[in-house]
Design a protein around this ligand. Sequence first.
Ligand code: NAD
Length: 487
Amino acid sequence: MNNDYATRIQNYSNGSYQDPASNQWIDNYEPSSGKIYGDIPNSNANDIEEAVAFAKAAFSSWSQTTIEQRSRILLKIADGIEARLQQLAEAESRDNGKPIGLAKSVDIPRAASNFRFFGNAITQFASESHESIGLNAINFTLRKPIGVVGCISPWNLPLYLFTWKIAPAIAAGNCVIAKPSEVTPMTAYLLGEICTEAGLPPGVLNIIHGLGTTTGQAILEHPEIKAISFTGGTKTGEHLARTCAPMFKKLSLELGGKNPNLIFADCDYEHMLETTLRSSFANQGQICLCGSRIFVERSIYKKFKSDFVSRVKQLVVDHPSSTKANLGALVSKQHLEKVQSYIALTKTKGQGTILCGGNRIIIKGYEEGYYLEPTVIEVPSNTCTLNQEEIFGPVVTLMPFDTEEEVLSYANDVTYGLSSTLWTKDIDRTMRISNQLQAGIVWVNTWMMRDLRTPFGGVKASGVGREGGFEALRFFTESKNVCIKYS
Ligand code: NAD
């Protein structure tokens, strides 16, 4: 491993760090300054081939380790992450542009929790038994690890989502080929050393870096990688499904969102306002669960609009290392330009009125950094592009509504169905609306409150399958029914 983690990143394969076979490298940018600060491998099919061979070799013994041994190693990895909280948080903040405080309080602690949770969950994972009464037979289900599996993750919550996949995969006895986003590879790189120190045998986890079109594609196409857990954009998810379906790979797809935030007049107003600021702009709005479409009951619409806009104007956009920063930099120049192109629709297509924000921010000393004002746009209808397409940045839209039926139709009239947030004190309404929202997750009077045992995932274009708790352990195992007839 390189001592200076701010320069060259290497693959972690068979328990040690190595250069890619092709010796091809990609620039790694620092979003806060817009400058290149290192490089990462652009691994190809040869690197994946080699990693799969290591993983296959490790599988025969890893799949036979006792649950206690596996659990102990996962818990040690969790401890290792916690012991390096500061280093990992700094690395995440620098690589992604997110405020250091957020990386330190959310991203890195959650990465540790992922390993701790699945290290414990595997000790409680049981399979079913079905007695065939009257037939003198008993069926029991064996749950076997799949073998070599792939984990591909995005840039918005880098170590958080990377470990959310790896932890259940190895807990269940699989060996993993994992690819973090090429945009945010740093903490995945550092994880290798932590795993080695925790005693994870070589080959159980292989972290291979590179572009989606080279490294990622080689993972999809490798015939020995039997299951892939993917989090990323819906378009990429479609491509994955198209490539992997003919090979009959097991797929878990966690994709994009365009989540509605339904605010009724009877809610706890202050709590709602405070939480809606977070659900709109946390991580620069780059969380798949952010409530990007805000619908407010007409009787409080004017008040909400004025209060919300004045609170948004107070949010501080600053260098991610600043403890005052509410928002840091967006992840890349390309992404900043994409978000700006949506804001521009207000001018070019008359798609709404900017109530605040909308402009790039120049921070002294970091003039090329990717900073953008948190932006609130009042839209005339739910059918406009701003309300239909995922922007994935610090941009939210506002619209009033009059009735439950009306707001439900807005909420559901979108191709996505990941999460939704509902603000009301009325329990009957809570039940009516929760039942009808087309989403994998409904938060009522809260946002992003996570219990790792619960099923996590989306419907419609937001994905296929569920992560979390035993759902993830089921995904990473193949079930086999054994039927025994007795006399
Ligand atoms: P992306 O789809 O561009 O990339 C995700 C990962 O896929 C990266 O590692 C990338 O290198 C890889 N990839 C790209 N092309 C590939 C290919 N041909 N074969 C294999 N791998 C390939 O997504 P992104 O821009 O990194 O992330 C943002 C998206 O992720 C947003 O749409 C967001 O909503 C979504 N997301 C969803 C969830 C969820 O839980 N549903 C969570 C976080 C982010």
